[in-house]
Every structure is written in structure tokens, then in C-alpha cells.
Design a protein around this ligand. Structure first.
Ligand SMILES: CCCCC/C=C/C(=O)SCCNC(=O)CCNC(=O)[C@H](O)C(C)(C)COP(=O)(O)OP(=O)(O)OC[C@H]1O[C@@H](n2cnc3c(N)ncnc32)[C@H](O)[C@@H]1OP(=O)(O)O
Ligand SMILES: NC(=O)C1=CN([C@@H]2O[C@H](COP(=O)(O)OP(=O)(O)OC[C@H]3O[C@@H](n4cnc5c(N)ncnc54)[C@H](OP(=O)(O)O)[C@@H]3O)[C@@H](O)[C@H]2O)C=CC1
Length: 283
């Protein structure tokens, strides 16, 4: 698997079959952080094709512009805004821009995130804080900003947080597992606390999903990912997008506080060593 083969093909995303009905998100607006990345972009394409107005958010304007141009080229209603979810002021500025445009998303998909693989024993203070600040604090900032709009406008809302599988030890990514376990617990709490506001909060825990985000892992590591689940294959971003359309849409109107594993069963079994195995595990 080469680095190039990890790039998602927009023309494939434009035509990939879906189980959902065209128009099932008509009249809905979806804000997708990490929208120019792998899972975020696939979700944006699917929700857009189902009729949603999609707003992609991320740090890199070049990647956002390219993704929006590809979607608009297929007639989808797509726009973008830059945001760094690590920065409270940046998240505030994003939502203030949406307020000025009189746009309130109905659905927030938090797909922005990531980590660098490293043995936990070597994490620096700054590295640990970066990963927790991105994946836990950043996701929380986005959730709170959206929820405040829904509360103030007496509108229902739905949140889908993309996390990771936390049941098995994922060697080399302890920082992200800790942060995502926090997101799952937070989501469960908010599902209760925000139910009176008609806000649903759910998570998707993807298994190993082929995306550009895999570039932080060496090709020889990626080759092992098929063995990280009993289905013995890697997943595709589209498979997460379809779960996103389920949890973010009307089919899941009575679902909140859930974590849906779209992981080929890797929450139950699999070799989940994400950096080269030490001799201890080889014999
Ligand atoms: C079997 C199942 C497998 C599942 C595998 C899961 C895979 C995925 O989740 S892939 C999809 C996610 N995508 C990524 O992870 C992409 C790369 N990650 C990011 O971009 C992250 O947002 C980030 C948290 C790593 C932040 O990156 P960035 O904003 O570029 O970071 P900074 O340059 O600001 O660095 C801040 C700080 O963080 C530490 N650090 C960053 N990279 C590394 C590294 N490669 N090694 C060690 N430490 C790193 C470091 O402390 C940085 O500080 P300084 O270097 O002192 O500036
Ligand atoms: N692919 C996989 O195997 C798995 C992925 N996941 C999780 O799913 C989510 C999506 O991952 P995936 O699509 O694969 O990865 P990508 O790296 O392709 O996408 C992640 C996106 O997040 C954005 N992002 C990162 N940091 C920030 C930030 N501080 N502020 C705003 N945007 C940010 C990046 O955009 P930009 O750099 O432009 O800001 C990037 O487009 C991540 O949380 C990831 O950890 C979980 C399990 C497995």
C-alpha cells in the first residue's frame, strides 16, 4: 500500500452506492470538522448527496477548497471555513461566522483529530497535551458551541463524534485512546444532560480505515491492519460515512449516548499493535 493509494478519489465518492434515500437530508445543514480529511470528506460527500447543505471545517484552506470544488462540481451544496479546534478563539470565530451567515447546523460531525504514534513511555508533556487538547478539548469546544446555538434557538440537534476503539490496547496511541475514552464518557453524559434540549449525542468508533491519515504510519505497519479485526480487512471511509448518516439522521431519532463500532469486530478481537512489535510479543 503506497502513500498515494491512501488518497480518496472524489469521483468514486460521488458515485459510491448508498443504502440511503436521496433527499433524506434535504433541508438539513451538516457541519463536518476534519471535512477535508478521509472520514470527514466521505461523510460530507454522502450527506451532500442525500440533500444536506454541507460545511467543511479544517485547518488547511487548500484542502478545504479542493474538496468543496469537487463537491460543487457535482452539484452539491458545499462550503468551507477554516478552524483549529485546538484553539478556543478559532472555534468561537467559526461559529460567529456561521451566526453572521444565519446558519445553524442541524448536525455536527466531529471528525477532526489524530495523533502521532509513539510508545507512551516516551510521550513529551507537549505531545500528550497536543493530542488531548485536539481530540478531547477540541471536540468538546465544537459540541458546546453547537449546543448553545440549538438551546438559544430552541432547535433540535445531533452530534456524531468520531472516536477510536478503546476496549483493546492500541500500542503507540495511548494518548489518543485516553482522549477518546473521555469523548465517549462525555458524550454519554451529554446524551442525558442535553436530552431535554432535544440534542442527541452519539459516537462512532472506527477500526482501521484506509485514509490519508494513515500516512503517519509506515507502510509495513499499515500492512498489519487487516489483522486488527476478525473480518481480516481494513475498512473504507465510506463505511464510516454510512454510519454517520444513520446516527445523524432520522433513522436514529431514538438513539443517543451510543458508541457504534464500525470496526469489523476489532473491539472484540484483533492484533492492534500500531507500531512495530517488540521481541516480547514475537515469540
Ligand atoms: C489497528 C487500528 C489502527 C488505528 C490507527 C488510527 C489511525 C488514525 O487515527 S489515522 C487518522 C488521523 N490522522 C492523523 O493522525 C494525522 C496526523 N495527526 C495530526 O495531525 C494530529 O492532529 C496531531 C495531534 C499529531 C497534531 O499534529 P500537528 O498539528 O501537525 O502537530 P504540531 O506540529 O503542532 O505538534 C505539536 C506537538 O505534538 C507532538 N508531536 C507531533 N507530531 C509528533 C511526532 N510525529 N512524534 C512525536 N511528537 C510529535 C510534539 O510534541 C509537537 O511539539 P514540538 O515537536 O515540540 O513542536
Ligand atoms: N483512519 C483510521 O484508521 C481511524 C481514524 N480514526 C479517527 O477518525 C477521525 C478522522 O480520521 P481520518 O479521516 O482517518 O484522518 P485524516 O487525517 O484524513 O483527517 C483528519 C482531519 O482532521 C483535521 N484536523 C486535525 N487536527 C485539527 C485541528 N486541530 N483543527 C481542525 N482540524 C483538524 C485534519 O485537517 P487539517 O490538517 O486540514 O486541519 C484532517 O483533515 C480522526 O479523529 C481519527 O483519529 C479513528 C480510528 C481509526
Amino acid at each position: 500500500m503506497t502513500d498515494d493509494s491512501l488518497d480518496l478519489d472524489d469521483s468514486a465518492l460521488a458515485e459510491h452506492p448508498t443504502v440511503y434515500a436521496v433527499g433524506s437530508f434535504s433541508g438539513h445543514t451538516a457541519l463536518i470538522s476534519g471535512g477535508a480529511g478521509g472520514i470527514g470528506r466521505a461523510s460530507a460527500w454522502l450527506l451532500g448527496r442525500l440533500g444536506a447543505r454541507v460545511i467543511l471545517a479544517g485547518r488547511d484552506p487548500g484542502k478545504l477548497d479542493a474538496a468543496v470544488a469537487a463537491m460543487r462540481g457535482r452539484g452539491l451544496d458545499a462550503t468551507s471555513h477554516t478552524v483549529d479546534i485546538r484553539e478556543p478563539d478559532s472555534v468561537s470565530a467559526l461559529f460567529e461566522r456561521l451566526d453572521q451567515e444565519r446558519t445553524t447546523p442541524d448536525l455536527l460531525v466531529n471528525s477532526a483529530g489524530g495523533q502521532f504514534p509513539q510508545p507512551a513511555i516516551d510521550f513529551s508533556e507537549k505531545g500528550w497535551n497536543t493530542v488531548v487538547n485536539t481530540n478531547l478539548n477540541g471536540t468538546w469546544r465544537m459540541m458546546q458551541a453547537a449546543a448553545r446555538r440549538w438551546r438559544d434557538q430552541s432547535k433540535p440537534g445531533a452530534i456524531v463524534n468520531i472516536v477510536v476503539v478503546t476496549q483493546q490496547g492500541l500500542y503507540g496511541v495511548a494518548h489518543t485512546v485516553a482522549a477518546r475514552a473521555g469523548v465517549i464518557a462525555l458524550s454519554e453524559n451529554l446524551a442525558v444532560e442535553w436530552a431535554p434540549l432535544k440534542i442527541r449525542v452519539n459516537c462512532i468508533a472506527p477500526g482501521a480505515i484506509e485514509t490519508p491519515g494513515w500516512r503517519v504510519y509506515k507502510p509495513e505497519q499499515r500492512e498489519t491492519y487487516a489483522r486488527s479485526n476478525p473480518m481480516m480487512r481494513a475498512g473504507q471511509a465510506w463505511e464510516i460515512a454510512e454510519a454517520c448518516a444513520y446516527l445523524g439522521g432520522a433513522a436514529a431519532d431514538f438513539v443517543t449516548g451510543e458508541t457504534l463500532h464500525v470496526a469489523g469486530g476489532s473491539q472484540l478481537w484483533g492484533e492492534t499493535w500500531t507500531i512495530p512489535r517488540p521481541g516480547y510479543f514475537k515469540s
